[in-house]
Design a protein around this ligand. Structure first.
Ligand code: C5P
Length: 297
C-alpha cells in the first residue's frame, strides 16, 4: 500500500508587524516580517471518488469540519480551479491553537493546497498556488514556503528573506482567543511608516541576539492589549522571568518571549503556567520540513 501523503502546517510569529494605514477595500496596508516556528498541525490526503471529506479528530471547540473551515475552502477552490476528476479525504490533526495570532488556519489552508497539488500531481507551480492562497486569506501565501519573509500589501505579497538565527521561544496564550477583524477594527492599532521593518532588517543576522530581541514591534499590540488586558500582564511576566524580548504575535493574543538558551526557555515557561493559559517551548524554523513522508510519491 502506498504511504499516506502527509504534510505539516507550521505556525508563525511576526517579529515586526506594522500597520501603515487603512485601505479603500477595508483591509489595512501592512509591512511585516513572518517567521516559521516549530509548532505544527498535520494533514494527510487520500483520493476519493468524489466530494471533499474533512475529518478533524478531537476538533477544538470553535472548529468545524464544514464548508466554513479554511481547509475545506482551500480544497473547494483547488477542485473548482483545477478540476481534477474525483475528490479527496483530508485528515487534520490540530496542535496550533485557534484565534491565537499564530496563523494556524492559514497554514492549514496552504498545506491543503500543497497536499492536493501533490496528491493529484497537478504541478501547479508557485504562481497558481500563490493566487489561490491570496484568495483564501492575507496570511496564506507566506505559509506556502515559510521560513523568514517580508509581507507587504495586506500581507499577501511575500518576499523571502535570509534566515534569522535560531531563536528559543516561549509562547503563552490566554485561555480566550481574539478575533482578527475585531483587533483591526478596534481603532487602537498604532500606525507607523515602515521604519520598524527597515530597522529590524538592517540588523545583522549574525549579530547579537539581544539586538534582534530589542527591536521587536507590533502595531496591533495596543489593540490586543485594549481588548484583552491579560496580554500586557503576560508580556510583563515573560520579561521579568528572563525573556530578552517579548511581543504579541500577529493580532494576538499569544505572546512570544525570546530566551537565550533552550534551558532558559524551559525555566521561563515553568513560571508562566497557570490561570488557564497555554504555554509552549519551541524554536524558530528556517527550512520547514513540510512532508511527513519524504519518500511518498
Ligand atoms: O485576509 P484575512 O481573511 O485573513 O483577514 C481577516 C480580517 O482581518 C479581514 O476581514 C480584516 O478585517 C482584517 N485584516 C485587515 N487588514 C489586513 C489583514 C486582515 O484589516 N491586512
Amino acid at each position: 500500500m502506498a504511504p499516506l501523503l502527509g504534510f505539516r502546517a507550521f505556525a508563525k510569529i511576526n517579529p515586526v508587524l506594522e500597520v501603515l494605514g487603512k485601505r479603500p477595500d477595508g483591509y489595512h496596508e501592512l509591512s511585516l516580517l513572518f517567521q516559521t516556528i516549530g509548532l505544527y498541525d498535520t494533514l494527510t490526503f487520500e483520493k476519493e471518488p468524489e466530494g471533499i471529506h474533512l475529518e478533524i479528530p478531537g476538533a477544538p471547540v470553535g472548529l468545524s469540519p464544514g464548508d466554513d473551515n479554511l481547509v475545506f475552502k482551500a480544497a473547494k477552490l483547488f477542485f473548482q480551479k483545477h478540476a481534477p476528476v474525483g475528490g479527496a479525504r483530508i485528515h487534520l490533526t490540530k496542535k496550533i491553537p485557534l484565534a491565537a495570532g499564530l496563523g494556524g488556519g492559514s497554514s492549514d489552508a496552504a498545506a491543503a493546497l500543497r497536499g492536493l497539488d501533490a496528491l493529484f500531481q497537478t504541478k501547479l507551480g508557485p504562481e497558481a498556488l500563490q493566487s489561490m492562497a491570496a484568495a483564501l486569506g492575507s496570511d496564506v501565501p507566506f505559509f506556502l514556503k515559510g521560513g523568514t519573509a517580508l509581507g507587504t500589501g495586506r500581507g499577501e505579497i511575500i518576499t523571502p528573506l535570509p534566515p534569522l538565527p535560531e531563536m528559543n521561544l516561549v509562547l503563552v496564550k490566554p485561555q480566550q482567543g481574539l478575533s482578527t477583524p475585531a483587533v483591526y477594527q478596534s481603532g487602537k492599532a498604532q500606525l507607523s511608516a515602515g521604519e520598524y521593518t527597515r530597522k529590524f532588517q538592517s540588523l545583522s543576522p549574525e549579530g547579537p541576539l539581544p539586538a534582534l530581541a530589542g527591536n521587536l514591534f507590533n502595531g496591533l499590540e495596543p489593540a490586543a492589549l485594549f481588548l484583552m488586558p491579560e496580554v500586557g500582564e503576560i508580556k510583563r511576566r515573560l520579561l521579568e522571568a528572563g525573556a530578552i524580548g517579548a511581543l504579541v504575535s500577529g493580532s494576538g493574543p499569544t505572546v512570544f518571549g525570546i530566551a537565550r538558551t533552550p534551558a532558559e526557555a524551559e525555566a521561563i515557561a515553568q513560571q508562566m503556567e497557570g490561570g488557564g493559559r497555554m504555554v509552549w517551548v519551541t524554536k524558530t524554523v528556517s527550512a520547514p520540513p513540510f512532508e511527513t513522508n519524504p519518500l511518498a510519491p
